[in-house]
Design a protein around this ligand. Structure first.
Ligand code: PBG
Length: 332
């Protein structure tokens, strides 16, 4: 704070008085290049493409993926993040479908790379879409999530994703030591150059509901929760601890999730860490903001832009958002 002048000499409203001035003095910018589009990929025979609570978002059958990613690529969005809608009969106790080299995600990567080889493909490392209990890790008979047994499964899953052509792997499971385990496995198999985007500060949030119904894990999870591994919403210091561990273990980028409700965490990590911070504007945030936008396109556009610039202002270098295509269209 160096300015010693005050009213009436100082009038901050002068620089707000004209559009051109507001543009020139804007401290933060949003570009399509900041965005990642999360996509829910399903098999071609999937009947129900609609998602509860996400009116303008749909599950995408494999045979519609090419046109979807072409549009995304043309808009200047650098990457997509894939999430599978795993058919119920392929879910299992140990999530073995996650290691099937020809699983839905592997085929989706192939389909994307055929039409848009330059579009980045980020894939999720976690077992929840594949497991019968909807948990991100392997459970014992008592229902507890077994950390170290899960690390082997996650490493195997990450290796399959790497072999399938994923450009970035993103562990979202919140097991202790997973970044290190995945890094070691990838390096051992000559994937030293494959970046890891760690979901570093992933909170046990109640804003993931629409996502869970989109991938079809809501019913599997039932009344259980993820409080023993995802972070407690009352904590912020702990996010710094998680970040230091993930970076030591070899994470290249770190993520905060949810985004808008946890902007303070994005800010703290961006001040304290020398790694790019990603924000995930999650399904429940999308849902709330969409609802507020109502049916008025202008109102919706303003809400989208404000919610995204707030994440940039907080310190995010990139944002995963279900508004990615709409926002990029508005920006172009
Ligand atoms: C699970 C995962 C979740 C999301 C991304 N990966 C849900 C969960 O942890 O239960 C949520 C994303 C969203 O709500 O948009 N590995």
């Amino acid at each position: 704070m160096s300015s010693t002048r005050s009213f009436p000499t100082s009038r901050p409203r002068r620089l707000r008085s004209k559009k051109f001035l507001r543009k020139l003095v804007a401290e933060h910018q949003l570009s399509p290049h900041d965005l990642v589009a999360p996509l829910f990929v399903c098999e071609n025979n999937e009947k129900n493409l609609a998602i509860d609570g996400m009116p303008a978002v749909q599950r995408i059958p494999l045979n519609k993926l090419a046109s979807k990613v072409s549009r995304i690529h043309k808009l200047g969005i650098p990457a997509v993040a894939l999430f599978p809608v795993v058919p119920v009969h392929l879910k299992s106790r140990y999530s073995s479908e996650a290691f099937n080299p020809n699983n839905l995600i592997a085929r989706a990567i192939t389909a994307i790379k055929k039409v848009t080889p330059d579009l980045g493909v980020i894939t999720d490392v976690a077992l929840d879409p594949y497991s019968i209990d909807g948990q991100d890790g392997i459970t014992n008979v008592a229902g507890d999530i077994i950390n170290d047994a899960t690390l082997d499964a996650l490493s195997r899953q990450a290796l399959c994703l790497a072999a399938a052509g994923s450009d970035v792997v993103a562990p979202s499971d919140m097991m202790d030591g997973r970044v290190g385990a995945i890094r070691t496995t990838l390096d051992k198999h000559n994937y030293q150059n494959l970046p890891i985007l760690a979901y570093t500060a992933k909170y046990a949030s109640s804003l993931y509901g629409p996502f869970r119904s989109a991938v079809g894990s809501a019913g599997n999870l039932g009344n259980s929760n993820k409080l023993t591994y995802q972070m407690f919403p009352a904590n912020s210091q702990e996010a710094l601890y998680e970040a230091s561990l993930d970076l030591q273990e070899g994470a290249d980028m770190i993520m905060v999730k949810p985004g808008n409700l946890y902007a303070d965490i994005i800010w703290r990590l961006s001040q304290e860490c020398n790694a790019p911070i990603f924000a995930y504007q999650v399904s429940g945030e999308y849902s709330m903001l969409s609802h507020l936008g109502g049916t008025d396109p202008e109102q919706r556009a303003k809400i989208i832009m404000e919610s995204l610039i707030s994440l940039k202002r907080a310190g995010a270098s990139a944002i995963l958002t279900y508004f990615a295509e709409e926002a990029a269209t508005l920006l172009s």
